[in-house]
Design a protein around this ligand. Sequence first.
Ligand SMILES: Cc1cc2nc3c(=O)[nH]c(=O)nc-3n(C[C@H](O)[C@H](O)[C@H](O)COP(=O)(O)OP(=O)(O)OC[C@H]3O[C@@H](n4cnc5c(N)ncnc54)[C@H](O)[C@@H]3O)c2cc1C
Length: 342
Amino acid sequence: MGRLLAWRLPPQQFDVTLYEAREFSLPRGACWTAAGMIAPLSELVHSCREIYELGARSLALWRDWVNTIETHTGQSVCFRNAGSLLVAHRQDKSELLQFRRELQGKLNGEVSAYVQELDAEQLRQVEPTLEHFEQGLYLRNEGDIDNRRLLPLLLREISRQGVHLIEQSPVECEPFAVNSDRGREEFDCVIDCRGLGAGERVKGLRGVRGEVMVVETSEVALHRPVRLLHPRYQLYAVPREEGRTVIGATEIESEDMSPISVRSTMELSSALYSLHPAFAEARIVETRVNCRPATMDNMPYLHSESGLVCVNGLYRHGYLLAPALVEQVERRIEQQINGEKV
Ligand SMILES: Cc1cc2nc3c(=O)[nH]c(=O)nc-3n(C[C@H](O)[C@H](O)[C@H](O)COP(=O)(O)OP(=O)(O)OC[C@H]3O[C@@H](n4cnc5c(N)ncnc54)[C@H](O)[C@@H]3O)c2cc1C
């Protein structure tokens, strides 16, 4: 949120300072750990229509914003809008049916406009590698972004725009001021987007642990995020450059940031192996653990008062929701500038 907001606030109008508790070049927030899926439909099953609407808006904004970032930097952020695919093993076919039913309920029956049912032949046309599956669901309007490319490019862009970057500086936020080891610094408006670092300021804020593994193989080539629906092990696999795939799904009610557990490693690996046996020889090149900043109802938190805007609780939806929330923060700031009631 911090980097996107700093990037979006026009330098001609705002003199922006971005504080980071750690180092900008080595992000430690959930943003660096995430898989980068922008999946409004897949997430609708676990959330509400509002998340879906915000996600659909974000996807439209990402298309536009990515274009601008890539034009300015001359580099790709590997954003894809190639949809995503849901598959299940033959014995778990009912999972696909259930998923479709739930979407149908939440989309008031409009589901066929968004979800295409694929038989084995159609599935092979979309993802030729997944030849072991007999059916799937294709969610056309979904995307993903390579966060490990995006975040450094955003940093470069905001630095070029003249944003003041202050790192290794944990701050406390209050209306019109931030406090840190540097003392008290005053601003016309403070945006508190510290994720879990906001602590008590956001009532009920909690961390939800997530673990991902990055595997590498030249044997399996996926073209979009794939989710395996299984009664016990949920898996997503997001293909990245150089034969790498980010896999994950764990969601544990804990703020424990210690390394990935043996159980999670085994469950993710065996689910991946069942997606394609050639993953057995893939190399595990990285494991990542972090905690998603979540509110008690898992909905995003946006609060404003004179001199302060707080945005938090992005939970498992940071990339899904960030652009739409940035738009809302921009509106709140406009209101403050125009002296409207906030
Ligand atoms: C395993 C995993 C997988 C995920 N996959 C996805 C996905 O596929 N799609 C998706 O949409 N979302 C995903 N997410 C969720 C997403 O990562 C988060 O929702 C998002 O990163 C939240 O953004 P944020 O900016 O609010 O917080 P963060 O990304 O945590 O950033 C907070 C920043 O504030 C800094 N900070 C904290 N305290 C202070 C302080 N006192 N002073 C100054 N700076 C401070 C931190 O150092 C950090 O840089 C995933 C999360 C995890 C953990």
